[in-house]
Design a protein around this ligand. Structure first.
Ligand code: GLA
Length: 333
């Protein structure tokens, strides 16, 4: 295995100059990054990575890391902790999954949505939770958890459109349905604009918009075990969603390279400037516009689940307009 980072001593720091896909990824303190099923927010020239903090089997809340280059991450602590109140829906013993943080320009607040399962009820509660903070790293204040318009809500993501309208896309009816609901303008609640997208037993939704079209990837429903992803395209978020097939290509693409989709991160155009000259001079192709983020789950030790950050190739003129290929390691340029 190739060395992932420079030697660590009192004078040298850990330093990555590329993504090592599916490998153990250490933070700036030398601990394994613990941020599963999450998303990345770019704010004031810094990237913030939110994700599920896990021990072997428990959910430990939502952690947050910061970075200047997307390779090297500094731990910023817990963005959202479990509640000490044992009657709370987010009491320890319950589960917080797939946290997604978005910034609300009107209220100037960061809002976190996440899948909530309540202590002692397994995956039976099927709720979504909302928490809010004025500071990106938190601490986020838990506001509420509920089933959107009475519908079960398990795997989910949040999407903010160009006009600032935000939506929750969520697996419902025991994951048989994928639904969408528009959020209120402050992003703190749902509206009744809630609709079925398709009933195909899918989970792990991740979405992006490119050239006025929406692209939505989902996984099948096999718990922690990997399966084939499927891409759909639509001109309108409420559908119709046309099935395009599996955008992952190459060996093990039928089981998503042993991973499961989490998020498409839109790489800001300025990120090229963050790179060192030496790296830039080696570069042949431009930065990807989107990074496909996925989790390689380890159900025996969830904390040790790995990350798969891969570049998305966009070819909108093709029948399959996006392609995600495995790479052991890669650089932004
Ligand atoms: C799927 C979901 C995960 C988690 C597990 C639990 O993999 O995508 O978020 O809920 O099931 O088994």
């Amino acid at each position: 295995m190739q060395p992932c980072f420079g030697q660590r001593s009192s004078s040298t720091k850990l330093h990555y100059d590329r993504f090592h896909v599916g490998q153990t990824w250490l933070d700036s303190k030398g601990d394994t990054i613990n941020a599963h099923g999450g998303n990345i927010v770019y704010y004031k020239n810094t990237y913030y990575w939110f994700g599920e903090k896990r021990d072997r089997h428990h959910s430990l809340g939502v952690s947050v890391y910061s970075s200047k280059d997307l390779y090297n991450w500094k731990p910023e602590g817990l963005a959202l902790a479990h509640s000490k109140d044992t009657t709370s829906d987010i009491a320890f013993g319950g589960i917080m999954e797939r946290p997604k943080v978005v910034y609300n320009k009107k209220t100037k607040q960061f809002v976190m949505w996440f899948h909530v399962e309540v202590r002692g009820k397994g995956y039976g509660a099927a709720k979504v939770g909302v928490a809010v903070s004025k500071h990106i790293t938190g601490p986020y204040q838990f506001i509420r958890s509920f089933r959107p318009n009475g519908n079960m809500s398990r795997d989910m993501t949040i999407f903010v459109d160009d006009n600032g309208a935000a939506y929750e896309i969520y697996s419902s009816r025991e994951n048989y349905d994928l639904r969408i609901v528009r959020l209120t303008d402050d992003y703190l609640n749902v509206t009744t604009k809630d609709s079925l997208l398709f009933a195909k037993h899918r989970e792990a939704p991740a979405i992006f918009k490119y050239q006025k079209k929406y692209y939505l990837i989902t996984s099948g429903c096999t718990g922690w075990a990997p399966n084939a992803a499927a891409l759909r395209v639509a001109d309108n978020l409420y559908g119709p969603w046309k099935l395009l097939g599996n955008p992952l290509k190459g060996k093990d693409s039928n089981i998503s390279f042993y991973g499961q989709p989490t998020y498409f991160f839109p790489v800001p155009a300025s990120s090229g400037r963050l790179r060192k000259k030496s790296v830039q001079s080696q570069s042949q192709s431009p930065s990807p516009r989107f990074i496909y983020m996925a989790d390689r789950w380890n159900p025996k030790n969830l904390k040790d689940s790995r990350y798969q950050f891969l570049p998305v190739t966009l070819t909108p003129q093709n029948e399959m307009p996006i392609e995600i290929k495995w790479q052991d390691s890669w650089q932004l340029n």
